[in-house]
Design a protein around this ligand. Structure first.
Ligand SMILES: *Cc1c(COP(=O)(O)O)cnc(C)c1O
Length: 400
């Protein structure tokens, strides 16, 4: 934008969730909502205009694999929430991640990252990059000395994700971004768990921030997509790779995200509050042996979370006594929670890492990653928190 942000003080996150990106677009027939433009192509009446648009010298669209008005409005909304110069979008969060790698990594390059990244990302690191002769070093997630040592050896790209899945570890983005800058590495942060409401990695030194929009941005678990934000030059490079690679977001899914994002700030504020209430309550429950939530003063990375996040998020995890057998009894008793693999939506969603993020690991590998067999990942929904607590109470009571 926008005269809007220039004339007044910078708008708040609720205002941007609603108006962000929308003021730039001339809406169809004076509609107040962004239209879903289901057109593969855009037609011109004269060759000169067509030529100018095709050369990106005039505004407009040519072909929806490249750009589309509905998709553009979604990108602009996220861009404003992340305080970025530019954004480009993808058909899924994994497409965002793999297109960023495809844009910036070449044979002989080196990536430094953490062991606790999202399962799909981890798979790219362990299975798909090494055969392309890209060296990947995955460090213990909060071992700063080890990560800084690996960065100092030289790296092309530092890839971070915080909070992590499912143990909600918090990584100091500012500290590691500073180390990466010294060796000229590109810093990429997956901000899916935090959302732009709770954390803005670009302001902490990241070069690119990405989201699985399928989670909190959409918020209703009914659309798949991804988005990346950064400066104009970097995003242009990622956009040109994606345009040819073809992992384009569909206009209908872009519309679902625009609609969902109008309540992003409201939802996330509620989820922050409810997750805190639930984490505190679980901490005092005799059937629970461990609670992971960065908002708890007892969380080992609480201070870093407090410094770099505006809210602690809706994701938590906890271990029940009795391991997987106890989970098999307890989870199906929950009335107000889907047992499913997704997260970040209006409904509460629960699942054990055994069937979700760490399904491909052996119990020994999970133990080595600090994931007890009785761990539950809990994505707090926007239900009344009293009902969520009562539901946990009745379900946990089945265990004694
Ligand atoms: C879900 C998720 C992804 C992948 O996103 P998709 O939209 O499912 O492809 C990446 N990172 C994190 C942290 C996620 O939770």
């Amino acid at each position: 934008m926008t005269d809007h942000s220039k004339k007044h003080t910078h708008p708040g996150l609720s205002t941007l969730s609603i108006w962000g990106g929308e003021l730039e677009h001339e809406l169809y027939e004076r509609s107040t909502q962004v239209p879903v433009v289901h057109s593969v192509s855009f037609a011109y009446k004269d060759i000169d205009t067509w030529h100018a648009v095709a050369l990106e010298q005039a505004p407009g669209h040519i072909y929806s694999r490249n750009t589309n008005p509905t998709v553009r409005a979604f990108e602009d909304k996220v861009k404003e929430l992340e305080g970025a110069e530019a954004a480009t979008s993808f058909s899924s969060g994994m497409a965002a991640i793999s297109n960023i790698f495809g844009t910036f990594l070449r044979p002989g390059d080196r990536v430094v990252s953490i062991k606790d990244s999202y399962g799909g990302t981890n798979k790219i690191f362990t299975s798909f990059l090494p055969p392309l002769n890209v060296d990947v070093m995955l460090c213990e997630t909060v071992d700063y000395a080890a990560i800084e040592e690996e960065i100092a050896k030289g790296c092309t790209l530092l890839y971070l994700e915080t909070p992590t899945n499912p143990t909600v570890k918090i990584i100091d983005i500012k500290r590691l971004a500073a180390a990466a800058k010294k060796v000229g590495a590109l810093v990429v942060v997956d901000n899916t768990f935090a959302t732009p409401i709770n954390q803005n990695p670009l302001q902490l030194g990241a070069d690119l921030v990405l989201h699985s929009a399928s989670k909190y941005l959409g918020g209703h678990a009914d659309a798949l997509g991804g988005v990346a934000c950064g400066n104009r030059d970097l995003i242009k490079m990622v956009y040109h790779y994606r345009e040819i690679n073809g992992a384009t977001l569909s206009p209908m899914d872009a519309y679902s995200f625009i609609r969902g994002m109008k309540t992003l700030s409201l939802r996330v504020e509620r989820q922050n509050q409810s997750a805190m209430t639930i984490a505190r309550w679980l901490q005092n429950h005799p059937a629970v042996e461990q609670v992971n939530y960065p908002g708890l003063e007892t969380h080992p990375h609480h201070d870093v979370a407090k410094a770099q996040m505006k809210g602690y998020g809706g994701m938590l995890s906890f271990a029940v006594k009795g391991g997987l057998d106890a989970i098999k009894v307890f989870l199906p008793k929950l009335q107000y929670a889907h047992m499913a693999a997704n997260l970040g939506c209006v409904e509460t969603v629960v699942g054990p890492p055994v069937t979700t993020s760490h399904v491909e690991c052996t119990p020994e590998e999970r133990a080595a990653a600090g994931i007890p067999e009785g761990l539950v990942r809990y994505s707090t929904g926007i239900e009344d928190v009293e009902d969520l607590v009562a539901d946990l109470e009745q379900a946990l009571s089945q265990l004694s």
